[in-house]
Design a protein around this ligand. Structure first.
Ligand code: SAM
Length: 306
């Protein structure tokens, strides 16, 4: 695809108050751009290059954008090269005021801390915005368990949706602390927000005591050494957690592994639960369109019917 078409896609949502993915080359629908994703964390345009590529077209596209940066409210453009050791970041335009330091961004009127730098994760997974939307719209009055919470954006979205209570749990202490800081940025109606920094498998008994939960959110890594392996551990986790769930609990089960499809989750749920209904796979935001939809992020909703 010519740089002009990508430029059009990148700029059509700008200027934006919200942080969001603007271009998803990883979806494979733009020949020659498969290794590039572009996001906006206002006021920074954040370009990620996953594998070494001929950058001529990309740089031409970014140069063509420069005259409009003021109008598009872009103060800096950073390029992170994931294929180089340590994920170095180049300041392509502007200054390094937003590099390697915490700043706040907004999504759907909620605020989050992010940090753009050598880390692969910024603090907010922008591709999960529809999961957050669903929780804002459906968590009212519910007891929500948010597993693998990371910086708790899904839990905070449930709290914003007037959940009765939210329990967030992740083994990464820093992420959970960031989750507490994120909650503090927002004036949410839910007053019962719990943050647990612990391996989920070590907490199952205690979690069961905190139940029954009306909504279970699970967004695990596909593989994290010594922590979680979707192929082996997802089923084990659901089996152990089943007693903590309300009879009619909703399950939001996420899977971000291109190698595993929606059937993997269907089979998993069928092995663990007897009575349930598949509700839907949440549609991904349009920008995430993929040549193979089964490879893209899967956010699956089921309801128990016990
Ligand atoms: C994909 S991230 C979750 C993203 C998060 N749901 C969001 O929307 O921001 C996966 C998280 O799982 C956590 N994790 C992996 N294995 C774990 C385990 N056994 N117990 C607790 N947390 C775990 C990691 O620390 C990481 O923060």
């Amino acid at each position: 695809m010519k740089k002009d078409s990508v430029l059009k896609v990148v700029t059509q949502k700008l200027p934006s108050n919200d942080a969001m993915r603007l271009f998803h080359g990883r979806g494979g629908r733009t020949p020659g751009w498969e290794q590039v994703n572009i996001e906006v964390y206002p006021p920074v345009l954040w370009v990620i290059i996953y594998q070494a590529i001929d950058e001529t077209e990309l740089q031409a596209m970014l140069n063509a954008l420069l005259p409009d940066c003021d109008k598009l409210r872009i103060k800096s453009i950073y390029i992170q090269r994931r294929y180089e050791t340590g994920n170095p970041v180049q300041v392509f335009y502007g200054n390094d005021d937003y590099l390697d330091r915490d700043f706040q961004v907004e999504e759907a009127r909620l605020n989050y801390w992010v940090n753009l730098g050598r880390n692969q994760n910024t603090g907010l997974f922008l591709d999960m915005c529809e999961g957050r939307r669903w929780l804002r719209e459906n968590a009212k009055g519910k007891n929500v368990l948010n597993l693998f919470s990371y910086t708790c954006s899904l839990g905070i979205s449930a709290a914003e949706g007037d959940a009765r209570s939210v329990v967030n749990i992740d083994m990464a202490k820093g992420a959970v602390k960031r989750g507490q800081q994120n909650l503090a940025l927002n004036d949410v109606p839910c007053v019962s927000n719990t943050f647990i920094a612990q391996d989920i498998f070590k907490m199952i008994k205690k979690l069961t005591q905190k139940g029954p939960f009306d909504i279970l959110v699970a967004d695990p890594p596909s593989f994290q050494s010594k922590a979680f392996d979707v192929r082996k551990d997802y089923e084990k986790l659901l089996l152990k957690l089943a007693p903590a769930l309300a009879d009619d609990a909703m399950l939001m089960l996420c899977l971000n592994s291109p190698a595993l499809d929606t059937q993997f989750i269907h089979d998993l749920v069928a092995r663990v639960f007897e009575n349930y209904k598949f509700i839907q796979r949440l549609p991904n935001p349009e920008v995430l369109a993929d040549v193979n939809e089964e490879a893209s992020l899967k956010v699956m909703l089921y309801q128990l019917n016990n």
